[in-house]
Design a protein around this ligand. Structure first.
Ligand SMILES: [Zn+2]
Length: 416
């Protein structure tokens, strides 16, 4: 949580600090408590509160419960339906769309297969049509939509809003996705990498937009399973982006020295044994009856094969269950290395693929992490992301909300 400043000319920064404190509290806060948490003087807070009320971002209501001595006051509460953000997750197999309110809660959602994933123009057409449909079906005043956050496979150029050469989107080279969506929709847009967006879902909207004040991990690794595998790191409520915004490439972390060969020349790299196509291949090699996926160039066919593998495991097929158990163990081995390296107490697992295999991979993952000696002696907990397959889209929307409303100390530098 950031603190405010009582110096003059800091109005915009203080506004975001106050909004952030109120938003995180969920259920509403007395003014005195807002002042305590932000460190703002009563006069500064009065000015900021008036602006937030005028903008409709905050409402005041009720009497705060009297806690010991002191004056009870009205409660300041976020007005979640005052603004909205669209979150888009472009996965090579599936496009996921959510409309978030200001609290980060999902108020509308949509999903569709990615149209001809190797054709960027077709994908942009599909994205724009779905975004427009989502906003109009939700019946939300367009002026209240702050913009669109887009999560896409990396690598990306964050500054330029360009998708560079993602290995899982063949045919994509330097695609200016952010500006294409912004121009076509007339909405502000931001672009981020899928695994970074997924972690961010847990920063803006802890608890999935629940109204209650929810405890959420502030230090964790997020293992993302989609068409590819990646890991992001969150330390003290900040996602680690790296110098180019492309942190999270974990594909060549060795999970099994005797595993399948990787294109890098080694064996058993995480990407080589855990990406969707590898799981499908392992299933078929073990004798599970799976639909064909050709040469693997159509991510939707690969995705269908993984769905069939998970269904076979659900139905009790021991070969399918073993493939997913081993996958869970491999994730656990990688997670143990990462939690040691970073000294974090929590592993979150999610992404488009995870929910389908979690029932079978989860126990082995947890057992592996539990058996791993922790240098600091504390427990390491393993949790499935509460956002399910929407995590990338929710995170992308949260990044857009964050750009608009989260307090950033760099804002202070501009006026100092
Ligand atoms: Zn490799």
């Amino acid at each position: 949580m950031r603190r405010g400043t009582n110096l003059p000319r800091m109005g915009d920064y203080n506004q975001t600090v106050v909004l952030d404190v109120i938003r995180r509290a969920g259920g509403g806060l007395a003014r005195a408590e807002v002042a305590r948490r932000t460190g703002l003087s009563p006069q500064t807070l009065t000015n900021v509160a008036r602006r937030l009320l005028d903008l409709g971002l905050v409402v005041e209501e009720g009497e705060a419960a009297r806690r010991g001595p002191g004056r009870p006051g009205t409660l300041m509460r976020l007005n979640p339906l005052s603004r909205f953000a669209v979150g888009v997750h472009l996965d090579p197999a599936t496009m996921t769309f959510v409309l978030l309110d200001l609290s980060g809660a999902v108020v509308a959602r949509a999903q569709s297969p990615t149209p001809v994933p190797e054709d960027p123009d077709a994908v942009v057409d599909g994205l724009v049509a779905e975004i427009e449909g989502l906003i109009s079906r939700a019946g939300v005043d367009r002026d209240r939509v702050l913009g669109v956050g887009i999560a896409a496979p990396g690598p990306i150029d964050v500054e330029a809003g360009v998708v560079l050469d993602p290995p899982h989107l063949p045919g994509w080279h330097d695609v200016p996705l952010r500006d294409a969506v912004a121009e076509r929709t007339g909405l502000r847009a931001v672009l981020d990498k899928d695994v970074i967006a997924a972690a961010c879902a847990h920063l803006w909207a802890p608890g999935g937009g629940a109204a209650e004040e929810v405890e959420h991990p502030s230090d964790f690794v997020f293992v993302y399973l989609g068409t590819g595998v990646a890991v992001s790191t969150v330390l003290r409520d900040e996602v680690v982006r790296g110098v180019s915004g492309n942190a999270g490439e974990s594909g060549h972390l060795v999970a099994d020295p005797d595993g399948a060969p990787c294109w890098c020349g080694r064996r058993g790299c995480l990407g080589a044994v855990l990406r969707a196509e590898a799981l499908a291949e392992q299933g078929r090699a073990a004798g599970v009856d799976l639909p064909g996926w050709g040469d693997g160039s159509d991510p939707r066919a690969v995705d269908d094969a993984v769905t069939a593998l998970a269904a076979a495991a659900d139905a009790g097929d021991p070969a399918a269950r073993e493939v997913l158990r081993v996958a869970g163990r491999r994730i656990g081995m990688a997670a143990g290395v990462l939690t040691d390296l970073l000294d974090v107490p929590t592993v979150l697992v999610g992404g488009p693929l995870w929910d389908r295999i979690a029932a079978h991979a989860g126990p082995a993952l947890r057992a592996e992490v539990a058996a791993h000696p922790v240098p600091g002696g504390h427990a390491v907990s393993v949790m499935s992301s509460a956002f399910g397959p929407q995590v990338g889209a929710v995170g992308a929307g949260c990044i857009l909300l964050g750009r608009a409303f989260a307090p950033r100390p760099t804002d202070l530098l501009l006026v100092s």
